[in-house]
Ligand binder design. Structure first.
Ligand code: SDX
Length: 436
């Protein structure tokens, strides 16, 4: 990644202890501005402190651009609305990792690899039998993905040479692992991937086909699953992607880096929110539908309750993904002739919250997780697999960032600094002098 062209002629000036320092300024392709502090400590002895990295950029990236104020989200320059409307998930996965939309030939080759690598080693299938009944699917997924590095060690040697194979292997096998974990949880026989099904149709068939109730692939469901996976494809330096980069920066193999990203995504403040939204809506419905009580709870600084599916670190406007998913809810439930009172409840909550000064002042809008669970529920995905679906979608984004980091000559092992607030140096206290 050559950054020279992004350095601006003007400099930032910092005055510390009466001395003035100049700090370089970078301006990104979309006009974002950054102060380069890479020499701050060596020049001034100072570090910066920024809990949650709210103001801190960790890298330069060419994968995703999002503008939280204007509600813009582009993958490799293509607006998310176009991709969600006109592409399949496999096309977008290729775009995220390789940087361009695939040609017919490239897509055929990539799809062939996804088919070739769809199976997992049969010894791994027995791992499912050793997880206790009711094990959280995200725990199983993270463990199984880490285990892939044991079964496919060859890719650790020179990952960038094998990026096509690694990408296809992970994207295909993680789909199989997700479906197998569901079948195991249901106590049903495993359904293996088919060579004649598309990526999403294969997943749905592996999830829901049984010998007594053959699964009929519904193009409406395949289309909305493609859309959902695309919308979750990448989101620049979010918590789980930054985790993949940080773990990968120690030259850890791709599988272990992705396994760490899955663990980060599991959090209810991050990817776990889609499951938490449905649980919140079900709780409100169970209590008689008084959602206004919960909106007041969310506003109460002394109440830990938050309106899950609302708010975002970057979006201070509508999350463009949420709008697309909300419309897809109506389309899919209509096509499937499903009425879900939780969708009506979610819409009412959104309408009231968006007119409430608390949410307006804090610029809190529905995020990607607010409506996605409604669709997953409608197509039969169990609640405890909603975050697994998020991981399936985010996989190409994680891979793209891991690859970009490995490719980036500026990259070094991630090792933040700190301000120490513990005891200063003190004399040792022998056991006999430590009292009761
Ligand atoms: C994802 O980073 C990404 O890009 C993530 C993601 C991706 O694609 O990877 O977009 C996916 O993780 C979406 C977010 C899913 N999480 C949730 O829906 C959980 C509920 N949301 C919140 O916990 C919160 O909004 C976060 C975690 C999403 C963002 O937290 P921030 O940026 O640290 O914001 P904050 O906690 O500083 O909140 C600012 C103010 C606070 O009030 P004050 O102290 O100023 O009075 O807004 C309030 C917060 O209390 N607030 C909320 C709220 N979210 C923020 N109040 C009520 N309900 C909420 N949901």
């Amino acid at each position: 990644m050559k950054l020279e062209k992004y350095y601006a002629p003007e400099k930032a000036r910092l005055i510390v202890e009466g001395r003035e320092y100049e700090l370089p300024i970078l301006i990104g392709e979309e006009g974002e501005k950054a102060i380069d502090i890479s020499k701050l400590r060596s020049n001034t002895g100072y570090i910066t402190l920024d809990y949650g990295y709210i103001n801190t950029g960790s890298c330069a990236s060419a994968i995703t651009y999002l503008d939280g104020d204007r509600g813009i989200l582009n993958y490799r320059g293509y607006p998310i609305d176009d991709l969600a409307e006109k592409c399949t998930f496999v096309e977008v996965a290729y775009l995220l990792v390789h940087g361009s939309l695939p040609t017919v030939k490239q897509l055929k080759h990539f799809s062939g690899l996804l088919n070739k690598y769809a199976l997992i080693h049969e010894d791994m299938v027995h791992f499912f039998d050793r997880f206790p009944q009711g094990s959280p699917p995200m725990s199983i997924l993270s463990s199984m993905v880490n285990a892939l590095s044991v079964f496919y060690p060859e890719m650790i040697n020179d990952p960038l040479l094998q990026i096509d194979m690694m990408t296809a292997r992970l994207i295909s096998k993680v789909r199989t692992i997700a479906a197998f974990s569901y079948k195991k949880a249901m106590g049903h026989p495993l359904v293996y991937p088919r060579h004649d099904y598309s990526y999403c149709a294969n997943f749905l068939n592996m999830m829901f086909h049984t010998s007594v109730a053959p699964y009929e692939v519904n193009p409406v469901v395949v289309d909305v699953l493609n859309k959902l996976l695309i919308l979750h494809g990448d989101h620049e330096q979010n918590c789980s992607t930054s985790t993949v980069r940080l773990v990968g920066s120690a030259h850890v193999n791709l599988y272990a880096s992705i396994s760490a990203g899955i663990s980060a995504l599991w959090g209810p403040l991050h990817g776990g929110a889609n499951q938490a939204v449905i649980e919140m809506l079900e709780r409100i419905q169970h209590e008689g539908g008084n959602y206004r009580k919960y909106i007041e709870k969310a506003k109460d600084p002394n109440d830990p309750f938050r309106l899950v599916g609302f708010g975002h670190r970057v979006y201070k406007n509508h999350d463009p993904r949420s709008r697309i998913i909300k419309k897809a809810c109506d389309d899919v439930l209509g096509a499937l002739r499903i009425t879900d009172p939780l969708l009506d409840l979610a819409k009412e909550i959104e309408e009231v919250a968006l007119t409430d000064p608390y949410f307006i002042e804090r610029r809190l809008y529905p995020n990607v997780d607010f409506y996605s669970g409604i669709i997953y529920k409608a197509i039969g995905i169990p609640k405890d697999m909603f975050t697994v679906m998020f991981a399936l979608g985010r996989l190409p984004g994680w891979i793209a960032h891991w690859k970009e980091m490995w490719d980036d000559a500026n990259w070094r092992i991630g090792r933040p600094r700190q301000i120490y607030v513990g005891p200063v140096t003190r004399p040792f206290v022998p056991m006999e002098e430590r009292g009761e």
